[in-house]
Design a protein around this ligand. Structure first.
Ligand code: FES
Ligand code: FES
Length: 136
């Protein structure tokens, strides 16, 4: 099946930004897609003002999953939690100039991984954050 990937998707899959781990991360979230088997883990370093100082990821998955992890971590860096929660999978896909329809779920994985890491942070610190509920 032929797929049209944008130049940005190709760039971020071949040269992903923010690959790695954060030791003693403020929050860490791991999600997977049972159908394709791809797994994504996001680490967040959050400062005392609830601003995301750093974001890193490790993704075992397809090129689109790597590209969306790369873009999602870029987009949330420097944002506060509320603004990071507003980084939807659509926003990630748009920032990459689009994804083929069958690859949209890869961007959802990125949104879910960020969410899971934010939840982990909130839970660890016992703080309630508007719009943040236990992931299902
Ligand atoms: Fe083919 Fe992820 S499903 S690489
Ligand atoms: Fe499933 Fe990309 S194919 S995350």
């Amino acid at each position: 099946m032929a797929m049209n990937y944008s130049d940005k998707v190709i760039d971020h899959s071949l040269n992903p930004r923010n690959v790695g781990e954060i030791e003693d991360a403020s929050g860490c979230g791991t999600v997977g897609n049972a159908v394709c088997g791809d797994i994504m883990r996001v680490y967040l370093d959050i400062d005392e003002n609830q601003v995301i100082r750093d974001a890193k990821f490790k993704t075992f998955g397809c090129g689109a999953a790597i590209a969306t992890s790369s873009m999602a971590t870029m987009l949330v860096k420097g944002k506060n939690i509320q603004d990071a929660l507003a980084v939807t999978n659509k926003a990630v896909a748009e920032a990459l100039d689009g994804l083929p329809p069958v690859k949209m779920h890869c961007s959802l994985l990125a949104e879910e991984a960020i969410y899971a890491a934010l939840w982990d942070y909130a839970e660890k610190n016992g703080i309630a954050i508007e719009g943040l509920e236990p992931p299902v």
